[in-house]
Design a protein around this ligand. Structure first.
Ligand SMILES: CC(C)(COP(=O)(O)OP(=O)(O)OC[C@H]1O[C@@H](n2cnc3c(N)ncnc32)[C@H](O)[C@@H]1OP(=O)(O)O)[C@@H](O)C(=O)NCCC(=O)NCCS
Length: 459
């Protein structure tokens, strides 16, 4: 006989095995272990299905924040994860677990329970698309159809807003990029998709974070300072596009915790508003559309799309490192998806920051040709050494001279070669990874000169 009951502490090892078996990986088991430790855990909504003394199914329902349209916030229920042991699937166990969890949630007077999942399955269990009830996506990387809700007795149609996830979801889910989906509007567009991914990720993980925490990659800065910086850069770029020139002024950020000003909510909101406005400005026309820029060779919206992705992607890595510790970065082979160990905030593991090859290669080109080749070469203290940078089948040869840098792709024999996976070389050039992220051959002094010149651009 199948019994659905509240999970007890003695079930956890069996539950872990079940989750690993059902999902074929340990991410969801890790998520459940971390959620049990979090303030969002609801013991009476964490259930197991038991049959003949064995645990054959599990469901967890926890609190997630709903940011109400018109201001304010309240917690709502989120179903994640749901799993049935592979040898017992398709026998109604998933439905029984969901049914009991939803019955208990209803008895609590809750308005709805949300989740991300396959509508093929969840629509059979009474779930409907969340967007149709004014409940917006937690993330631009989640397709609209995957976000669903089950409306409970306490549902009020006026309860509308944006759901976000506690950082533990993001820390474990930020493993890379799902393929853009054609009907996702601006998010489907390469570069805008990346912008929303990195900027939205920063927004989500800083929502309930300590904004006073130091950012190791940007000495002297707190996470709040980084939000202020990014919010300013995003507004300046939007200003360039809107006014057709470098904007004379950019609105100042509200004070954050580093200024002794409260929790930083106003700063967080200012950051969140800024990147969304920038995204809308950059989505208004195609990438070839003329736009004022500071690039000597590219005056298009496409320039800003790519520039803002690099700015935001690199700093998202800094935020990951600041909030979760470790170097968080890809290794020489592009990383194994595992970052550092959390520092006192309940995290035992976070996934590494990742970057698609196309984005990484564009960023390598930008930092070498645009930053070093046109803007910062005058600070170079080289002696004429040639360093070749190679990644993803592309090659840049960088001539480091006193007060100037030339970048070309001629096959001239270099004094040193720096090569690796695009993500590793990107992180290395931007000063976010050590030499372990790349392969360095030849004249070490020439490579050191390149790193020094880059530090001016990327520090
Ligand atoms: C998804 C899962 C929880 C379903 O549990 P289950 O016990 O096998 O499902 P049920 O037997 O309760 O099925 C309920 C209904 O959904 C249907 N269904 C089950 N699995 C389905 C699937 N993968 N796709 C489409 N429909 C499915 C069943 O046919 C049934 O429909 P019916 O009542 O009209 O006949 C289970 O397959 C599982 O653990 N999968 C791996 C983990 C996972 O993907 N979890 C969900 C994301 S958090």
């Amino acid at each position: 006989m199948l019994v659905v009951r509240t999970e007890s502490p003695t079930d956890t090892a069996e539950v872990r095995d079940l989750l690993v078996a059902a999902f074929g990986q340990d991410d969801e088991a890790e998520l459940v272990d971390l959620l049990r430790l979090s303030p969002d855990y609801i013991p009476e909504l964490t259930l197991v299905a038991e049959e003949a003394g064995e645990i054959v199914g599990h469901v967890m329902v926890t609190w997630v924040p709903l940011h109400l349209d018109g201001g304010g916030r309240r917690d709502v229920l989120c179903v994640a994860p749901l799993a049935v042991r592979p040898d017992r699937q398709r026998r109604g166990i998933g439905r029984a677990l969901l049914g009991e969890a939803l019955r208990r949630a209803d008895a609590m007077g809750e308005p709805f329970a949300g989740l991300e999942g396959d509508p093929e399955y969840y629509s059979r269990c009474g779930f409907v698309v969340a967007g149709e009830h004014g409940l917006r996506l937690p993330s631009p990387t989640v397709p609209a159809w995957a976000h669903q809700v089950y409306l409970l007795g306490g549902h009020d149609p006026a309860l509308r807003g944006r759901i976000t996830y506690p950082p533990v979801f993001w820390a474990l889910a930020a493993t890379g990029f799902p393929e853009p989906v054609a009907d996702e509007g601006p998010y489907a567009v390469p570069w805008l998709f990346e912008l929303a991914h990195y900027a939205g990720w920063i927004e989500s993980v800083t929502l309930s974070a300590d904004l006073g925490r130091a950012v190791p990659a940007c000495p002297g800065w707190s996470v709040g300072d980084l939000l202020a910086h990014l919010g300013t850069v995003h507004r300046r770029a939007a200003g360039w596009v809107r006014s057709g020139r470098c904007p004379r002024t950019v609105p100042a950020p509200p004070p954050g915790p580093a200024d002794g000003a409260g929790s930083g909510d106003a700063l967080w909101r200012w950051y969140a508003d800024g990147w969304r406005d920038l995204r809308d400005v950059l989505a208004a026309a195609g990438p070839e559309t003329p736009a004022a820029t500071w690039s000597p060779w590219e005056a298009t919206l496409g320039f800003w799309r790519r520039r803002m992705v690099h700015e935001t992607a690199v700093h998202s890595r800094d935020v990951l490192e600041a909030l979760h510790g470790g170097d968080g970065g890809p290794g020489p082979d592009g990383g194994d998806g595992r970052g550092g160990t959390g520092a006192g905030d309940g995290y035992r593991r976070v996934h590494a920051w990742t970057v698609r090859d196309e984005v990484a290669l564009d960023g390598i080109d930008e930092v070498l040709r645009l930053w070093l080749g046109t803007r910062l070469g005058d600070r170079c203290d080289g002696d004429g050494a040639l360093v070749r940078v190679a990644a993803g089948g592309r090659v840049w040869t960088v001539g480091l001279h006193p007060g100037t840098v030339e970048v070309h792709d001629l096959p001239t024999a270099p004094d040193a070669v720096v090569s690796g996976a695009p993500a590793g070389v990107y992180a290395w050039l931007w000063g976010r990874a050590g030499d372990a992220a790349v392969t360095v051959e030849g004249d070490a002094a020439a490579v050191a000169t390149l790193r020094r010149a880059l530090a001016v651009a990327t520090g």
